[in-house]
Ligand binder design. Sequence first.
Ligand code: FES
Length: 591
Amino acid sequence: MVSTSVQPQSLVRAATLAELQEKGQLLVRLSQQPVALFYSNDRVYAIDNRCPHMGFPLHGSVCKDGIVTCPWHYARFDLASGGTFDSWADDVRSFPVQIQDGEIWVDVAPLSNLKVHQQQRLQDGLEQGISLVIAKSVIALLDLKVAPTAPFQVGLSFGTRYNKTGWDTGLTMLTCMMNLLPYMNESDYPRALYQGLSAVARDSAAAPPHFRVHPLPTTNLDFSTLKAWFRQFIEQRDREAAERCLVTAIELGISRTQIAEILFAAATDHRYLDVGHVLDFINKALEALDATGWQEAESVLASLVTGLANATRMEEASSWRYPVDLVAILDGAFEQLPAALEAGKSYQGQWVQPPELLSVLLGEDAQAIADSLLEALRSGCTEEQLAQTVTYAAALRVARFHTNNDHGDWNSAHHPFTFANAVQQGIRRVPTVELLRGVFDAAMSVHLNRFLNVPPARLPDAKDTVANPEALLEKLPDLLDRQQQVNETGRLVAQYLYSGGNPRALMAMLAKLMLRENRDFHVIQSMDAAFRLYSQLADPSEGVPVLVAAARYLAAHAPTMRSQEQTYQMAYRLHRGDRLFEDTESEANPG
Ligand code: FES
């Protein structure tokens, strides 16, 4: 129920009692607020005329036994409190009423407990999977100056508890959105969170909860033992035992870096688990914890274990075995990793990327790829530099994806890119020799997709510039209103950047255009990875193909039905108090 506090100075005269008694209900406008007055069972009631569900007028509704029923979708409300019996509709605001000398006075004082109410509504929206309720609560919370991390934390906590299958695409999208906020216009923050939170609610719909596994009753286990046990249990696909190890490590206060080390080691003990999703989910869970100060680390990280234990290992995939045994090449390379790192230590800081390295990474020879990565390490390339080089090569695959390919192959180009990004971000956190294996896995997955660049889509020329790049940016929304605009979009983005256009403005625009579409897991992941990579590259001109890749990927998946944006717009207009539908005495209702 929405409660109000009585402040006599906020009382406004509404009507005469006699008039209301004669008509049964009246519509009045008090301090710009449309208010529906009802006379029922010898009592006067005043409620907001806008139904909280979709904003249709409540004036004209059937009122019986103290309950008013909205004629549009039949949501029912207690007239006295405004509380609804249909939670998808939300409570309607009720106003305290006083009768003095035959006159009705309504108290229109502002509400005082909105934050608590909206936080509860967000929880309701997640539990019942109602996007409109989620959108309304997020818009209201951010408008109340609540930090975006607060609704994010609610979604994180909900999604990790109420989904037995564990961390999935919804939580990943939510975390990507959180990562993308700094690149967006502030006005898009609630839209981004609404998209991510709705995805979490969808994943949890009808899913059984994840029951907590308790830590071992011990204070006497060290990091090395727990790490070895965890890897052993994942190797045996024993989810419960692995989860108990992990929560024990957290309970014992093992450092955040070491927890990440345990997870990444197990995630790279086999090749390219679940087409890279497992390691990507681990990285996202760690990023989510970073955003929230590692609150509820136990439930968040425990949600990763099922995916780790059940993942498909690419040693089992024929494409990684035939006609070239990539696993054997990788095993050989991994044996040389410690020595290569040792040899390169004294040259670190001096490494310059050889001009031919990218061509080798995008080329035909898997053994040459592994050899060149090892050689880079011996020459002083750091773990992070190596990871970034492979991520860049993966982005080039997307930037050069030829539109003659099957549309489904966009996913094949996409997976190595987001996997490589996850490995790179993981290595920035914990540069272990185990996780370094992920860089080699990413390089092989890029190699396997070389056919997607045959022939390569032509990357725009740096000499192709215009005098007014901002005019190009204005064309982008229209371009993405049409299908099959992949190459035109890539060209526009490159021309904008080569002409000196502001990359921050471009990224904000791309994020906005992504948000107006129905959410797509891969588009959101791809945007997150591309913006991250672009921001970490030292040379902005080197980053042009990266943003071209993100824009082309978005263009390949736009336009959609945009029904989710329609829901958001409805919530936004309701929140703003727009006159969504006419609210005069003469307005029609469907009854
Ligand atoms: S129930 Fe009132 S507008 Fe839908």
